[in-house]
Design a protein around this ligand. Structure first.
Ligand code: ADP
Ligand code: ADP
Length: 237
């Protein structure tokens, strides 16, 4: 599904954040990317959805060389990728279900979204996504009344409603307390298993990565220093 071939990423200031990355990820994998702050985890993730452009090598997603995409095709490409951030990125003053609805129908005219005109089918899809992450009962609550863990689940539901093939999560549990972090990690695992969605997650919390992911990739100073099953990771990483 994803193939990095000698990928490099140099920032405009000359800093090489990724050096010769070779990597293949198959549909349905649950991959955790671990490494110290500044190792290049965010950069790697952001190259996959073209938030960053690579400066060397080739990056294939679904057999498409994503460096060749331009304008409208970049936007179309991004629609098939769910992105989850540490900071949730929700509109906190509106209800949970509205947050899910406004983002999962990109082809809908903006004025319809603004007026909150959604079809029954769209509402059903949004409610199903909320149900899958266990917050159906919060559908009509304002986001700012929810805990951090619940907000991250809203973000996850919003992503699920888009029905992406791939979810990229950048430190999704970093701002959550340990118990909530486990619950959210569990949601990711369930989604990965039940929907066969590929999950690639940056996580600095090594124990959580080992507990939940099937495969762990360790990055240090822009290079892959470990790539294997979570159960085989040693203290070397
Ligand atoms: P991580 O996610 O592992 O913390 P990042 O991918 O955010 O690491 O950053 C990798 C390295 O690239 C860091 O040294 C960071 O300072 C540098 N970096 C990130 N973004 C930029 C940028 N826009 N310009 C220059 N350097 C950057
Ligand atoms: P995060 O690790 O959560 O992505 P950072 O504080 O590392 O947050 O980065 C915030 C923003 O600043 C990002 O857009 C990143 O690309 C940019 N950035 C990070 N390090 C540098 C750097 N050394 N020079 C320029 N921009 C940077």
């Amino acid at each position: 599904m994803i193939a990095f071939k000698q990928v490099q990423k140099q920032y405009p200031n000359g800093y090489s954040a990724l050096k010769n990355i070779n990597l293949q990820i198959q549909q349905g994998e649950y991959v955790a990317i671990i490494g110290l702050s500044g190792a290049g985890k965010s950069t790697l993730l952001r190259c996959i959805n073209r938030m960053h452009e690579i400066t060397g090598g080739t990056l294939l997603v679904d057999e498409v060389d994503i460096n060749t995409l331009k304008g409208k095709s970049v936007r179309q490409f991004r629609r098939n990728i769910g992105m989850i951030f540490q900071s949730f990125n929700l509109v906190t003053r509106i209800s949970v279900i509205k947050n899910v609805l406004v983002s999962f129908v990109p082809e809908m005219p903006f004025w319809r979204k603004l007026l909150g005109i959604f079809t029954e089918q769209q509402k059903k899809q949004a409610l199903m996504a909320l149900d899958r992450v266990g917050i159906l009962d919060k559908a009509y609550v304002r986001v700012d009344q929810l805990s951090g863990g619940q907000q991250q689940r809203v973000a996850l539901a919003r992503t699920l409603a888009q029905n992406p093939k791939l979810i990229l999560a950048d430190e999704p549990v970093a701002s959550l307390d340990p118990v909530t972090a486990h619950q959210v990690m569990d949601d990711f695992r369930r989604i990965n298993k039940e929907l066969n969605m590929t999950v690639i997650m940056n996580i600095h919390h090594v124990e959580l990565a080992l507990e939940y992911a099937n495969r762990v990739i360790g990055i240090r100073a822009g290079e892959i220093v470990y790539d294997g099953a979570a159960k085989d990771v040693t203290e070397a990483v």
